[in-house]
Design a protein around this ligand. Structure first.
Ligand code: ATP
Ligand code: MG
Length: 409
């Protein structure tokens, strides 16, 4: 088998991974760490998870790990998850993916005894390397060269790989963005030519890839270069609007939150349009709310101390910081004003000033005991909170109750 002869490369694998690989080998099988973990190690990044690939069949694996904690969710596709020391190690049988009738999932998978077949099915050269201690890196497609050149290149013909599994189009852009790489010419052409293929893949999967893409160090560059692809995926966003967002992305930091990134991307849309586009991606309620909280505050926002407390009351303690970043990135406020908002927010938090109903010194039960009923309770609490936030009355139980009439006579 062709491989690099750099036996000197030794990847320090975590003990649970070594355990799994040694168990498989002791049973007469081959085992390799594979995919993202090898790529990340070679780049000096900390891998998110570890995958092991092996010639052992699922039934062999069940036997070999019979005394271990395992999760059998992917067994039909050859995957067994071994849980050890709190770590999940996914072990998958070498596999050839069958035809892809649906443009996303192989109709059938075939197990194979050859590592090369398994590496062949993987999407990009940098994701198609395997590693075993003592044997070194198995790199059949020039993955290390592409890592060095910061290049996303498909294993095989890009257009074929994208028609097999359309999600790979977005994965290419996601990896390029997250790793700060560029697609090679063939991949770039195939991404643009194949963007129509993205119409038929699940929006949840698009959302997951898109969120990682937008958070990448190279997001500004990818949005600029592939603006038509992003616009295609996110109607009614226009190519021009995505290009415009890309210039703003250039001023973000690695800490810029996801909600701010989406709000900047959707800034050309009105609130209704943005909400509808968000909805198509099937975000969680909280994720959507965080983005819409920003987009619904594109008009005048009071940035006094009271105004900052209102932002906290309506969208949470961390929101003024996100608002300040969004508003300054998009030129709605200046850097000084953004800093003032952050500073005020910190002061409010440090002094634990009342900014929501949970912090108010009276609650609904107390008002009910004093004869308040139904919607009156909520209205009275809201009005007391507002006056406390404005500094008109102190946040003290007696003072607050003195402001409310006792309905019991
Ligand atoms: P990360 O976990 O950091 O997002 P990763 O490379 O581990 O990156 P995963 O989605 O976890 O990505 O997939 C693990 C490996 O499985 C990949 O490195 C790749 O070899 C292969 N793979 C995953 N998805 C596909 C796909 N759609 N087509 C081909 N190969 C894939
Ligand atoms: Mg992974």
């Amino acid at each position: 088998m062709k491989k690099t002869d750099e036996k000197t490369i030794a990847i320090p694998l975590p003990p649970p991974v070594t355990f799994v690989m040694e168990r498989l080998e002791a049973a007469g099988h081959h085992a390799y760490a594979v995919g993202g973990c090898v790529r990340d190690h070679l780049m000096g990044r900390i891998p998110g998870d570890y995958d092991v690939t092996t010639d052992a069949r699922p039934e062999d694996m069940q036997h070999i790990f019979a005394d271990c904690r395992v999760v059998e969710t992917g067994l039909k596709h050859g995957t067994l998850t071994v849980v050890r020391d709190g770590m999940n190690v996914e072990v998958t049988t070498y596999r050839i993916d069958g035809a892809y009738a649906d443009g996303r999932h192989p109709d059938a998978v075939t197990f194979t005894d050859r590592l090369a077949d398994d590496l062949c099915r993987r999407d990009f050269t940098i994701n198609a390397m395997a590693y075993a201690p003592g044997q070194g890196i198995v790199d059949l497609f020039g993955g290390q060269e592409d890592l060095a050149a910061k290049r996303i290149r498909c294993v095989g013909r890009a257009i074929d790989r994208f028609s097999e599994d359309r999600l790979r189009i977005l994965r290419a852009l996601r990896f390029a963005s997250v790793l700060g790489f560029a697609c090679d010419d063939e991949c770039r052409t195939a991404v643009t030519a194949g963007m129509g293929l993205l119409d038929r893949i699940s929006r949840e999967r698009i959302y997951a890839e898109l969120t990682k893409l937008l958070g990448g160090v190279g997001a500004a560059g990818i949005l600029g270069e592939y603006a038509p692809v992003l616009a295609h995926v996110l109607p009614p966003l226009t190519t021009e609007a995505v290009r415009c967002a890309s210039t703003i992305y250039a001023n973000m930091t690695p800490e810029t939150p996801t909600s701010v990134r989406y709000a900047v991307l959707f800034d050309s849309l009105d609130e209704g349009g943005a909400a509808r586009t968000m909805d198509t991606l099937k975000p969680s309620k909280d994720e959507k709310r965080a983005v819409m909280a920003l987009l619904s505050r594109r008009g005048n926002v009071e940035t006094t101390r009271y105004g900052v407390k209102c932002l906290m009351r309506d969208a949470g303690d961390a929101f003024p910081r996100d608002y300040a970043e969004f508003a300054s990135l998009t030129g709605r406020i200046g850097a000084d004003e953004a800093e003032a908002i952050r500073h005020t927010a910190e002061e409010i938090l440090a002094a634990n000033e009342c900014r929501n109903l949970a912090g108010l010194a009276v609650d609904g039960h107390e008002l009910a005991a004093r004869g308040f009923r139904g919607p009156e309770i909520g209205q009275t609490l809201a009005s007391l909170l507002d006056r406390v936030m404005r500094g008109e009355i102190p946040n003290e139980r007696d003072a607050l109750l003195a402001e409310t009439e006792d309905r019991n006579g």
